[in-house]
Write a protein that binds this ligand. Structure first.
Ligand code: GTP
Ligand code: MN
Ligand code: MN
Ligand code: MN
Ligand code: MN
Ligand code: MN
Length: 215
């Protein structure tokens, strides 16, 4: 039985609303660590197998730990602004840094504590979404291997997110079955909904089909 649309909406809002903070509230927290990540995307027009319409390109990355995440990383707000830190991380991880500003900020929230981090301060993750031109996306995909200092180290490669669902569960359902760093999966679902990159019914269906069990 597929969950109905309202179930899907409550699922998304539960994932995002837990620990949700404004940018200002997050910056006022003491004794926490901050991390900034960005979803870069563009409009596109292509047909997979001549039939499946590719309307957008959304970038994530395969990380050193085998988990999927967005480009970005830890930022110390005492030393640099959130956006300057994000830009530094993009240079390290992608070899290029499209300008990302405060206006591109989407959400900040407490990351679920990982089992190994009982001694480290809690983490607040700041999420940005930036729409760029397709040429910029293609340039970013090329820059990593040639210029990013973290290519082959922290970052194993840039990947595109399949936004379509195939009858056998291929595409987005399979992609969502992968392992994700921190709350990157919830960030992805939020952004796909918020920026209308996948229709709510299709995303709902993909979540119902994907094989990963989530708490
Ligand atoms: P180092 O330079 O090795 O410290 O890595 P980094 O600065 O690039 O930090 P990283 O990108 O790994 O992010 C820091 C923490 O945020 C990680 O421990 C992850 O648990 C979490 N994280 C990583 N990627 C994402 C992501 O895409 N979204 C969210 N919300 N959290 C992430
Ligand atoms: Mn990094
Ligand atoms: Mn990183
Ligand atoms: Mn770092
Ligand atoms: Mn690093
Ligand atoms: Mn669209």
């Amino acid at each position: 039985v597929l969950p109905v649309y309202s179930d899907f909406l409550s699922l998304i809002s539960t994932e995002m609303a837990s620990g949700h903070l404004t940018r200002a509230e997050a910056l006022a927290c003491e004794g926490v660590r901050h991390a900034c990540h960005v979803m870069l995307y563009c409009d596109a027009q292509a047909l997979l197998f001549g039939t499946i319409s590719i309307r957008h390109i959304v970038l994530m990355q395969m990380r050193f730990d085998g988990l999927l995440g967005f480009p970005g990383g830890l930022v110390n707000p005492l030393e640099e602004s959130l956006e300057a830190g994000l830009s530094r991380e993009l240079m390290e991880e992608m070899g290029m840094a499209p300008p990302v500003s405060e206006e591109d900020h989407v959400a900040s929230c407490y990351a679920p504590p990982s089992s190994s981090s009982s001694s480290t301060p809690p983490l607040i993750t700041h999420f940005y979404v930036k729409k760029v031109e397709e040429e910029q996306i293609r340039a970013l995909e090329k820059a990593g291997p040639s210029t990013a200092i973290d290519h082959g180290l922290e970052v194993l490669g840039v990947v595109r997110v399949p936004l379509y669902s195939m009858r056998d569960g291929g595409g987005l359902p399979s992609f969502l079955s992968n392992g994700f760093a921190g709350n990157a999966r919830a960030q992805l679902l939020d952004a796909l909904t918020r920026f209308h990159l996948v229709a709510p019914d299709d995303l709902c269906q993909a979540l119902a089909t994907c094989t990963q069990i989530h708490a």
